[in-house]
Design a binder for this molecule. Structure first.
Ligand code: ATP
Ligand code: MG
Length: 591
């Protein structure tokens, strides 16, 4: 039984996080947020939209929505406040209230933002789903989340939900965007038209549940991470510290709002800062993306390593960068990425081709906000994810035999030696820390020890405090007594001119325990043959030395990836060993 639904589950007791009031600290952010009028609490949607209207900034563009055909619809802060208020009134009229779950299964369209903000205004809980999920993962998440309202399109409903409806007894209302009127649904537009203006956001405790986010499912069955309204403090602080947002910026976050990046940094952080956010309904295409950056004069761009690598494929370093050069990218001030390790090659590509390095940062669904980052103005060490942000205390903990932090009588050991590898941990208690895993309280508790949140990732910290990602605890390879992080091997492989992406696993070996095996995908113009495999292997041996270099390199143009673009090493391993593939709902091909 999970206690989350009624309020918050606090982590294991531990020292509270200190909140110094320096720039970009949590305290600094709290002072810059308004809180609900009359001291009625803290609500993400009020901070994101209504307070700007109250302060006379209602005419400013909040969203610049680019449709698939490139036509643009601008939504001002005043319009977004009004429409989201109406949606909240509409929910209330349906009898949907505090704590009830509202899911979105929508493309990146204005209605999505109206739904997200209206749901939060109504103190209901938003559960964003990725529109490209197939029927099974959609139904599974609706069921696990006990979702009572779904907002989707008529077409997505017909394709992905209608046949599953019987299995979803909690799903009371389906609101659809579009002309079609599938049985069992009602039109989104009509709800907005009927609803009254003047919605007053009810009192909202900072600890009220706001968001239910399913993790990417890279390492197993997706977990439902619970977040509360207080998260907006962290979104605001890190919007400034990790992304360098300034009020007049035009900002573009390419992550889909079906993932935590798309809500924390696609909705909450930029709107709380009052910037103009570009929303692209279209899919990745190099020309389209450069065009959007140029036409909108985007200042700050937040994207993913996989997207950067796709752009690299379209205009490699060393070749004349004709494609990006034919666009005016002069407005760009800051480029950041998250989700996977950013290989040094990608950082340098940014410098050469975009004129700006790409700033890697690290966080998780569970952390709710960026925790470790390469920030504006600080030197970048390519391949490092940066340093902890203000208010964040990060450490590397000694590991036990199971590969996770060793906990002895409730205590952990912080490794202070430079470059020591261990489990990356964060001092518990930051504002956007997840407050539970849905229906898995024991699993949640196991994430905390001795006042630390244990991330499940392995990292090292160098003598100057920069953190380097080694791998996930489950992915680290043990070969002939060495511990090998797949990322370092993958990074080295991607420096080879032919290799654009790589996934590295440990293959069981009677002598070494495990040996390194690499799956690589090639750029255009390269032929997958034995000579190239040999060349790549030799290249990796020169870079990494024989202990770390892959013993075997095979070609794979379709590395299994999650829908958010992460290489699923567990699937590579399962396929290699002929083991069951486990939960594949997050797999990119799983349509
Ligand atoms: P699941 O928890 O379901 O297996 P997931 O961990 O991929 O999926 P997310 O919360 O979306 O789900 O991703 C967080 C993880 O992504 C981190 O724990 C880390 O392993 C990886 N990650 C995120 N940013 C970075 C980065 N900058 N460098 C390296 N890895 C990163
Ligand atoms: Mg995870």
């Amino acid at each position: 039984m999970n206690k989350v639904s009624g309020g918050a589950v606090r982590p294991e007791p531990g020292p509270a996080q200190s909140t110094p009031a320096g720039p970009h600290s949590w305290q600094w952010a709290r002072e810059r947020l308004d809180g609900l009028p009359d001291g009625r609490g803290l609500n993400i949607a009020y901070e994101a939209v209504d307070r700007h209207v109250a302060a006379g900034r209602g005419d400013k563009a909040a969203l610049r929505c680019v449709a698939a055909d490139l036509s643009v619809t601008t939504v001002t802060y005043a319009e977004l406040a009004r429409l989201s208020g109406r949606f909240a009134s509409g929910l209330r009229a349906l009898g949907v209230g505090r704590g009830d779950r509202v899911a979105t299964l929508l493309g990146r369209c204005p209605e999505l933002y109206v739904t997200v903000l209206g749901t939060l205004k109504n103190t209901s809980v938003l559960c964003p789903l990725f529109a490209a999920f197939g029927p099974e993962p959609v139904a599974e998440r609706l069921r696990l989340g006990r979702v009572s309202v779904l907002v989707t399109t008529d077409e997505l409903y017909e394709r992905k939900v209608a046949a599953q409806r019987d299995r979803l007894p909690d799903l009371r209302h389906v609101l659809t965007v579009g002309e079609g009127r599938p049985p069992g649904t009602s039109p989104f537009e009509a709800l907005l038209e009927r609803a009254a203006d003047g919605f007053v956001i009810p009192a909202t405790s900072p600890e009220d549940m706001a968001l239910l986010h399913f993790t990417s499912g890279t390492t197993g069955t997706p977990k439902g991470a619970v977040h509360v309204h207080e998260a907006v403090v962290a979104h605001y602080a890190t919007g400034a510290s990790a992304l360098g947002l300034r009020p007049d910026d035009v900002y573009w976050c390419t992550a889909d709002p079906g993932w935590v990046t798309g809500t924390s940094y696609g909705i909450s952080a930029p709107l709380a800062h009052g910037v103009t956010t570009v929303v692209d309904a279209g899919e990745y295409d190099a020309r389209r993306w450069y065009g959007i950056l140029a036409r909108n004069r985007v200042d700050v761009w937040y994207t993913a390593p996989t997207a950067i690598r796709m752009l690299m494929r379209a205009s490699p370093r060393g070749s004349p960068p004709d494609l990006p050069r034919s666009y005016d990218l002069s407005a760009l001030r800051f480029v950041a990425s998250v989700g996977e390790p950013l290989n040094p090659e990608a950082v340098r590509w940014g410098e050469e081709v975009l004129g700006l390095p790409v700033h890697d940062n690290w966080w998780q669904t569970e952390t709710g906000c960026v925790m470790i980052a390469n920030v504006e103005g600080a030197p970048i060490r390519p391949g490092s994810m940066g340093r902890p942000l203000p208010g964040v205390e990060a450490a590397v903990l000694e590991r036990g035999p199971d590969g996770r932090a060793r906990v002895t009588s409730g205590r952990v050991r912080v490794l202070d030696d430079p470059d020591a590898e261990g489990e990356l941990a964060l001092r518990a208690g930051w504002p956007s820390m997840f407050r539970g895993y849905l229906d898995a309280e024991e699993r949640y508790r196991r994430c905390f020890a001795d006042g630390w949140y244990l991330s499940g990732d392995i990292a090292r910290r160098d003598a100057d405090g920069w953190f380097w990602f080694v791998g996930r605890a489950d992915d680290v390879i043990k070969s002939a007594g060495h511990l090998i992080g797949p990322f370092e091997v993958e990074s080295a492989l991607m420096e080879h001119p032919a290799v654009v992406e790589a996934g590295v696993i440990g293959r069981p070996d009677p002598v070494a325990g495990e040996v390194v095996k690499a799956f690589v995908s090639l750029g255009p113009g390269f032929t997958a043959d034995t000579a190239l495999a040999r060349d790549i292997t030799a290249f990796a041996r020169r870079r990494l030395g024989p202990a770390m270099a892959p013993r075997e390199v095979v070609f794979d143009q379709h590395l299994p990836k999650t829908r958010s673009g992460k290489v699923m090493r567990r699937l590579l391993r399962a396929r290699e060993l002929g083991l069951p593939e486990g939960d594949v709902s997050a797999l990119e091909e799983a349509r």
